[in-house]
Design a binder for this molecule. Structure first.
Ligand code: GAP
Length: 513
């Protein structure tokens, strides 16, 4: 199956099994807005909890915050979002479709990468064991030509963006002969900047109302509260403030399911450090965040670092952690060294001092900030895409299984009486009532046991226990493993401990703690 079909199947499966629905579906949906249903909301919550525990619980110098979505409008003037939170957009005159100019160029460069990869795969096949990839990359004329071409495009593109030269961004699209995927034409408008913030009015009276924005990032809520938290929490630098919550961006091109939404959730942490130490902390947080991702067990090869081509106005270093989604490697998390930009801007615009008194140095200064910023919805998509598998089974049957890491699975355990009679449901309910205080578990008695197993596989339940006639005499049940489909007999009295070991978050936290 190709990746496009795979992605379609993941989206279909997410709907069919109650993970994610299109927002306002009965009105034909609202573009780039999604609702998390009964399974999706549990998965999302478990990922959020994992992040929160790793950040706040495991780091004694990081505390949490939950700031309001609405903030004083001057916040966004100070942060630069009113003037500079733009994407360059371009329209195709024939299809009337709107695109992000930078994305058109990036996709063109990604196609060159694919060509290079094809050459490498072909050569690896031809040369077999003796293939030396480094040597091939350094000498093959096709590869060298493509690498050079991509580098030239990249250089011109970055220069045009840095100089805010939108005419040259357009010219680059024309020179590369990029066509609209819908109309196939190269009939492009000028490139214009488009501000991504949603604005609304606060206050009932038109005259007295002021324009407020739905926050485009959660970070600013942390910056404006940093000194309050530091003082009331008696925090000493270095320290961090973590927050999860909704952010809103009027994305020009919103596609790829929950990858790019207009309403989404971020999990951000700002780490306040002594000026001059920020790049060391930046390196530490890069490694720590990668370890957090890897500990989920989706496969280390699915992650890579990507240095930003163009640094944001506030950053002196920036890396993304990219994930191998079905549509290729794309940004999942950003790690940014934001200098003292935000705090000094807020000092300037508010007229309030935001300096920290450092008792060790005996002086006051504005701290520097290293930020880690991850999209919760993108992490849900990463987990779903890596977990989704269509398997052929012995006997010509097949199953769709979500091999979600057990500690993140929406339902940890399904309790299934083999039949709906002979006292088995009562025994099963007894076990259900014993275990439901520890984990999110479900009880199911409808349909054949085989059908029930398939349904649990499809929602990613890592373990099922079956209560059969022997249970009534030997006080043991059958524990079935979702991934291997192996079954073992375990005593009821040991269930709680066994299940905790298999699905608990503790060992994952210990591995990164
Ligand atoms: N405070 C820094 C900041 O907001 P960002 O790179 O713009 O940085 C951080 O966003 C993360 O938020 C991204 O890595 C991505 O996971 C997520 N994100 C950004 N825009 C998104 C969107 N439209 N839909 C879903 N997730 C998004």
């Amino acid at each position: 199956m190709n990746n496009e079909d795979l992605f379609k199947n993941i989206i279909g499966h997410s709907k069919e099994y109650g993970f994610i629905f299109q927002s306002s579906e009965i009105y034909d949906g609202l573009s780039a807005a999604y609702d998390y249903a009964q399974m999706g909301v549990e998965l999302k919550k478990n990922i959020r909890d994992y992040w929160w525990k790793a950040m706040v619980q495991l780091n004694e110098n990081i505390v949490g915050l939950d700031a309001a979505i609405f903030m004083h409008p001057t916040t966004w003037k100070a942060s630069g979002h009113v003037d500079a939170f733009n994407d360059p957009l371009i329209d195709n005159k024939d299809s009337k479709k709107r695109y992000r100019a930078d994305v058109l160029i990036e996709e063109y460069m990604a196609k060159i990468d694919q060509k290079i990869l094809k050459e490498v795969v072909k050569a690896a096949k031809r040369f077999g064991e003796s293939f030396d990839e480094d040597q091939f990359m350094a000498t093959n004329p096709n590869v060298l030509r493509n690498v050079e071409k991509k580098e030239e495009i990249r250089k011109r593109f970055v220069e045009a963006l840095e100089n805010d030269d939108l005419a040259d961004v357009r010219q680059l699209i024309i020179d590369l002969e990029i066509a609209c995927p819908i109309s196939g034409s190269k009939n492009w408008t000028e490139v214009r900047q488009f501000n991504l913030m949603f604005a609304t009015e606060m206050g009932a009276m038109a005259e007295g109302a002021s324009t407020v924005y739905l926050r485009p990032e959660t970070a600013q809520g942390i910056f404006v509260n940093y000194l309050n938290v530091q003082k009331t929490g008696r925090m000493k630098i270095p320290f961090g403030i973590a927050q999860t919550g909704k952010a809103f961006r009027n994305e020009i091109v919103a596609r790829q399911f929950i990858f790019r939404m207009r309403e989404f959730e971020q999990m951000e942490m700002q780490f306040f450090v002594k000026p001059g130490t920020e790049l060391d902390w930046f390196e530490k947080w890069k490694e720590k965040r990668l370890a957090w991702h890897e500990a989920m067990g989706l496969g280390n090869e699915k992650y890579r670092f990507h240095a930003h081509d163009k640094l944001a106005h506030y950053a002196n270093a920036a890396f993304d952690i990219e994930f191998d989604f079905p549509f290729g490697f794309k940004e999942l998390e950003g790690i940014h060294s934001r200098t003292d930009f935000d705090l000094t801007q807020h000092e300037k615009f508010s007229g309030k001092k935001l300096q920290y008194f450092d008792p060790e140095e005996n002086k006051s200064y504005v701290p520097y900030v290293v930020e880690t910023s991850i999209g919760l919805d993108r992490t849900v998509l990463a987990v779903l895409s890596a977990s989704y598998q269509e398997e052929e089974l012995e006997g010509g049957t097949s199953r769709v299984v979500l091999k979600i890491p057990p500690f993140l699975a929406p339902v940890k355990l399904a309790i299934l009486p083999l039949v709906k009679k002979d006292g088995l449901p009562e025994k099963a309910m007894e076990i259900f009532n014993q275990l439901r205080f520890d984990h999110n578990i479900i009880y199911e008695e409808k349909d054949s046991i085989g059908k029930r197993y398939r349904r649990q596989d499809a929602i990613g339940t890592p373990y099922c226990i079956t209560i059969d006639h022997d249970t009534l005499t030997d006080n043991a049940v059958t524990l079935r493993d979702r991934d291997t489909m192996q079954q073992e007999r375990v005593p009821i009295e040991k269930l709680s401990q066994i299940v905790e070991e298999k699905v608990g978050i503790k060992k994952v936290l210990e591995s990164i703690g």
